[in-house]
Design a protein around this ligand. Structure first.
Ligand code: ATP
Ligand code: MG
Length: 569
């Protein structure tokens, strides 16, 4: 491919709205251009890398026995009403009406469409198991699109859906996908971990997220420093180590606390540490309003609240709801006298009594004892895990790292097949719902994550399997045109050998060509200069290591071909 004819506009300046290095570099290297918030055009070089990720994904999905389909981006509301998600899916679902006033949405995911398809086309256990996947454009009206294609509104996802006759089969399908994902991200050259993830309230289900380790990640991962345990902090269990407090608690005493609201203010005013305070948070859920108490220096984990109640969603209550159950504005909630069930985090077992809000403006209690002053609705693991906490599986300690979620696998069970009646006839002729799994990979996000992990101050450093071109050839200008002729000859030979070559034959200064080659991150650079030609050499430079070599011109094509092929996934 000749650079001078390519739409490959490189830039010196970072885009104003770019916060992370992959976004900056994808923009500066001319891989993407923004059309609107969270909506991008893939430029020729960017699309080449994107296709490489897609191809790796496609090969591994096919190898795992999945079949490729292509479903529409536009989905009718009826399917979402059937599954029950039309009302429950929030504003991320972009809804619109057609000229006949029929409701539609842009698909953020395809459980409804695929379950409807399988319900119509699959009828017998003999057709199962079946795994159907697509690589397709999704739309989610993200509240905060950012980081370029990493959190876009329109983005390309590989989504797969498995259908099995029973639970055991569904678990086998799940493990097959787990293995396929591991191969995919290994082939992409990523440093990643698979961690346990929150799977919501669907009974008996489980899920894993594939996380690329990077400081810019939006997720926190708890990992054990001794065993292999790893989980999203949303999910990570906190080991229940608190010994039950001994002895009697002093009688509860109400204290006037004018203008004292935050934990720090309470501690300073009452002369206690945060470990002696029960922080009370009110949550609104589809199973009602509840209060949750955690130690003053901890944070309540909404995912754990949701799962404890078997709810679909749990979020911090609005000021109005807080006023309703506490009779006071935010900042004075406490377990004693509050008008909703109170759940306590396990760790509070270690306190015979604690300081808490009094459900009254400018008042707190000292000496509140659970069981004596109020009856907890339950004790549970309700806080976020923290660095240094004991590992829930072994004697090790937890470290917290940041990660980018590139893939998510999920055992769904029969939630959608039951709601949408995707049934099959088993060997005894009985009708049964299919047991489902769903499996997603963010294709563009995976590409961006690879850049997050592989870059330096000069630009991208592509792992060979994802590079838009494997080799860039730079003829330096000379009057005779000999360097160009040699570069063209080598380009032809490499292309013959199946190597992807970018020939930078632009009439530019060497410095410009070197800079662009580095910015674009092409793994191997071959420079043809007048001096080298006289000596019969080409100069090679590996982008990742910076290593340079002089290779004889009559060997360079074979050498470069071998170099690339060794590094392909
Ligand atoms: P997140 O928590 O990052 O919003 P999610 O849990 O909503 O992700 P899934 O519904 O599991 O994501 O989607 C499968 C995959 O699609 C994710 O693992 C991620 O790689 C990708 N993905 C999700 N949302 C986006 C987005 N807004 N932009 C780009 N890729 C995305
Ligand atoms: Mg999301």
């Amino acid at each position: 491919m000749n650079y001078s004819k390519l739409l490959l506009p490189t830039l010196k300046e970072d885009p104003a709205d770019a916060e992370v290095v992959s976004h900056k570099l994808m923009f500066r290297a001319g891989l993407i251009r923004k059309v609107a918030a969270g909506i991008y055009t893939w430029m020729p070089a960017g699309l080449r890398s994107l296709r490489k990720v897609e191809n790796i994904v496609r090969q591994e999905m096919d190898r795992a026995g999945a079949q490729e389909v292509l479903m529409p981006a536009v989905q009718p509301a009826e399917l979402w009403q059937e599954s029950g998600r039309w009302d429950y899916y929030g504003k991320e679902l972009l809804r619109f009406t057609d000229r006949h006033s029929r409701d539609y949405c842009m698909g953020p995911t395809h459980e409804e469409v695929i379950t409807d398809l399988v319900k119509r086309e699959v009828h017998s256990y003999k057709q199962l198991p079946m795994n159907l996947y697509q690589i397709q454009t999704k739309f989610r009206d993200e509240i905060r699109p950012r980081f370029g294609v990493m959190r876009g509104r329109e983005f390309i996802m590989k989504d797969a859906y498995s259908f099995d006759a029973d639970d055991q089969g569904a678990e086998e399908s799940y493990h097959k996908m787990q293995a396929a994902y591991t191969r995919i991200f290994e082939r992409c050259g990523l440093n990643f971990v698979a961690v346990e993830a929150d799977s919501g309230a669907i009974g008996g289900s489980f899920s894993h997220e594939f996380m690329v380790l990077a400081e810019s990640g939006e997720d926190d991962i708890a990992a054990c420093n001794a065993c292999g345990y790893g989980a999203n902090v949303e999910k990570a269990q906190v080991k229940d180590t608190a010994a039950k407090a001994e002895g009697d608690a002093p009688a509860a005493e109400k204290v006037a606390t004018p203008d004292v609201r935050t934990i720090e203010e309470v501690c300073a005013f009452m002369g206690v540490t945060a470990q002696e305070v029960a922080k009370t948070l009110v949550f609104e859920t589809d199973k009602g309003v509840v209060a949750v108490c955690v130690r003053g220096d901890r944070d309540a984990n909404p995912a754990k609240v949701k799962n404890l109640l078997g709810a679909n969603a749990a979020e911090l209550a609005s000021e109005a709801v807080v006023r309703e159950v506490t009779g006071a504005p935010i900042g004075f909630a406490g377990p004693f006298g509050i008008k909703c069930p109170v759940y306590l985090d396990n760790e509070l077992k270690g306190l015979a009594s604690f300081v808490s809000g009094a459900n009254e403006v400018d008042a707190h209690y000292r000496g509140i004892a659970p069981g004596r002053d109020f009856e907890p609705a339950g004790w549970s693991d309700l806080r976020f895990i923290l660095e240094g906490d004991p590992c829930p599986r072994c004697d090790g300690q937890v470290v917290v790292k940041r990660g980018i979620e590139v893939g998510h696998i999920f055992k769904l069970g029969t939630k959608y097949s039951e709601a949408m009646k995707a049934n099959f006839l088993d060997a005894d002729g009985r009708e049964q719902p299919c047991v489902m799994g769903c499996y997603g990979i963010g294709v563009g996000r995976t590409m961006a994550a690879a850049i997050e992990q592989n870059n330096d101050e000069n630009g991208i450093i592509w792992p060979v399997p994802l590079a838009p071109w494997e080799v860039v050839i730079l003829p330096l200008s000379d009057k005779t045109g000999e360097t160009l002729a040699t570069a063209q000859k080598i380009t032809g030979e490499l292309q013959q050998a199946g190597i992807e070559v970018l020939l930078d034959e632009r009439d530019e200064r060497p410095g410009v060509k070197f800079k662009d080659a580095d910015l674009l991150g092409i793994p191997l650079r071959i420079t043809i200069g007048a001096r080298g030609l006289k000596e019969g050499n080409a100069e090679t430079k590996e982008r990742a290591t910076g290593e340079q070599q002089n290779i004889a011109l009559d060997e360079i094509s074979a050498w470069a071909t071998a170099w690339v092929k060794e590094r392909r996934a």
